[in-house]
Design a binder for this molecule. Sequence first.
Ligand SMILES: *Cc1c(COP(=O)(O)O)cnc(C)c1O
Length: 394
Amino acid sequence: MNRTPAASTQCIWAGEEESLLQGATQVPVVHSVGFGYKDVDEWQQVALGEKPGHIYGRNTNPTVHAFEQKVRQLENAEAVTSASTGMGIISSTLFALLAPGQQVVSVKDTYGGTNVLFTEFLPKFNIEVMLCETTDHDQIEAEIARGCDLLYLESPTNPTTKVIDIARLSSVGKKAGATVVVDNTFATPINQHPLSLGADLVLHSATKFLGGHADALGGVICGDKDLIHRIYHYREINGATLDPMAAYLLLRGMKTLDLRIQRQNSNALAVAQYLENHAAVEQVFYPGLESHSGHTIAQQQMDGFGGMLSFMLKQNDFNAVRQFVPRLHFAHAAANLGAVETTIGPPATTSHVECTAEERAAMGIPESLIRYSAGIESVDDLLADLDQALRIFI
Ligand SMILES: *Cc1c(COP(=O)(O)O)cnc(C)c1O
């Protein structure tokens, strides 16, 4: 067939065939640490990378390989590698590609752990990191012009779903000679394709939407062969290898990725619209709303607006959050996101737990902000649940 399969078909079929065994229709979980060869010449060829195959579980594994290939095909990329967590792949990428004296340009609203790498760890190695106002594209361009070896973007962001113009900044970054990296965790390969927007590398915390069931940690990155090989090489040495059992759970979760994301897109939009018209709600942040400052860019670069939103209560204090959160029946109050269950959490206990109330206010994060990761439940039940929970405020 010369027709490229649709994403829903790729979610099911892509990447698995090579790893199937003895007629099994499902990829096996290969727990073996070592891979043996009776023929020493063949062993050597595999070890030198001249022949496909596996040598040692820290480097590669058949179950992990199948998971990686599925993501690679969905991102339409040349190459892929993975790590034990999202942070495992992000830190491997930064430490593999950067050297002392180099410069990173990024934004203030990246994922909390990424922000710690930027502010605490990279500077220790004399790597300068410039963090710009997240949606100030002119400032980001000016910093790139001042010198940039790696441009690191994330869109939409956590927790206020800010949107960054990936095509515009990728083009400026690449003209300046920078490697452009995009964290696509919130959007997923169903809603956004950073590589086709001009980025060099696209990465995910597979722990979130890719796996979708909040039962396995993982990270993955796709892009051109040479860059990916450098990241793979660093990761095989730092040892943050994806576990085969986790790879299996992520692979199985991904079979329903397209289905889940379609439902999460529509549930999140309905919830955002409902909240926007609710008397107890001050403001809703969702890229699919016309009131969202990044709506036009989101329309251009996304196929769907995603399952993540956040909202601020009119009663803007933490006490309101304390009262509201336990009233919801169909929402876990937890730090994760992107699962089949609706999950909520205030930034004060999740993404921005290490900041003081004053610091959060300075970052534009109100005390009554609630992050809402829409699950795949019936939207009528989600709306009814919000309705009864918000009733205490009116
Ligand atoms: C959770 C998350 C990460 C980190 O992933 P882990 O799997 O928890 O290490 C990175 N980026 C984004 C946007 C995330 O939501």
